[in-house]
Design a protein around this ligand. Structure first.
Ligand SMILES: C[S@@+](CC[C@H](N)C(=O)[O-])C[C@H]1O[C@@H](n2cnc3c(N)ncnc32)[C@H](O)[C@@H]1O
Length: 275
């Protein structure tokens, strides 16, 4: 692949998704785009770049971006945010008017483990939540991941990562070598295509936002922009959870670290209602 083709492809991916491909990622383009090239009968990455420069390349460009997303996820990933959630949910439920659902957004939800982990916590806290509904929205740029999330069927390997056996037995049904999430948990989550670079206001406001392990792929200006948008979507007494390698420091003053917690951020008071 020529440097010109690499720069073109990297520019396209960044513009469409925020994902930064540094110059050492040439091999990654080769491996991740191989299947797409074969399927579309495109002889190589230079030819792909040429095709994408032409008209009517929108769908192909979306497929290129999708192939370059990293979709690694697991149930109860990193543990601690979910322990924090167990304490936070009853407090938020008590603070909301009767009948008002708690809204939780799993932004960049990948194959759905994060959103379903949240649903399991909510179901287990049902008594403490006084029967209050918990509505979860899972969004991702990847159509393929959203389809998988919506199916709610996971491999033995996937359920062995982070999911306690008691929860597996309680909330999943075995189908051969796979495990299907219980219908009542599935019904708590709605799935929607959403690009974090787009205007999130149409999604409404959330009590809690999970946006974990996606900002790491963005550059600082994109992180700042996305974090400011998330701050504008979360309730003044709600929180945003970020991944263990992610922070708001130096990126936005609209979210501040929650005292004594890691990966938990609260809207800064003066700005929480803006945006
Ligand atoms: C590593 S996974 C993280 C999944 C989950 N949040 C977790 O922590 O386990 C990153 C996800 O971000 C998604 N993604 C990347 N860029 C995105 C964008 N601009 N908008 C929405 N989702 C994006 C990818 O498709 C991928 O599913």
């Amino acid at each position: 692949m020529t440097p010109d083709s690499f720069n073109f492809l990297a520019g396209l991916v960044k513009a469409r998704s925020g994902i930064v491909l540094t110059a050492d990622k040439g091999y990654m383009l080769e491996t991740r785009l191989g299947a797409l090239l074969r399927r579309e009968n495109i002889p190589g990455l230079d030819a792909l770049a040429m095709r994408l420069r032409g008209p009517m390349a929108h769908a192909l460009a979306a497929e290129v971006v999708e192939a370059l997303t990293t979709n690694e996820s697991s149930f109860f990933r990193d543990g601690r945010p979910f322990e924090h959630l167990r304490k936070l949910l009853p407090r938020l439920a008590a603070a909301r008017p009767p009948g008002q659902a708690i809204r939780i957004w799993s932004a960049a939800c990948s194959s759905g483990q994060e959103a379903y982990s949240v649903a399991m916590v909510a179901v287990e806290l049902a008594t403490q939540l006084g029967g209050r509904r918990v509505d979860i929205l899972g969004t991702d740029i990847s159509r393929e991941m959203l389809d998988r999330a919506q199916d709610g069927v996971f491999t033995q390997f996937e359920v062995q990562r982070g999911l306690p056996v008691t929860m597996l037995v309680k909330h999943f049904r075995q189908e051969g070598t796979r495990w299907r999430i219980a219908p009542e948990l599935r019904a708590m989550v709605r799935w929607q295509g959403f690009n974090l670079l787009d205007d999130a206001r149409a999604l409404g406001r959330f009590d809690i936002v999970f946006c974990r392990n996606v900002l790491i792929y963005f550059d600082a200006p994109t992180k700042s922009r996305v974090l400011a948008a998330l701050a504008g979507r979360v309730a003044t007494d709600g929180v945003v959870y970020l991944g263990g390698a992610e922070t708001v420091l130096g990126l936005t003053d609209r979210l501040t670290p929650a005292a004594g917690e890691r990966g938990v951020y609260e809207p800064a008071r003066a700005t929480a209602r803006a945006g």
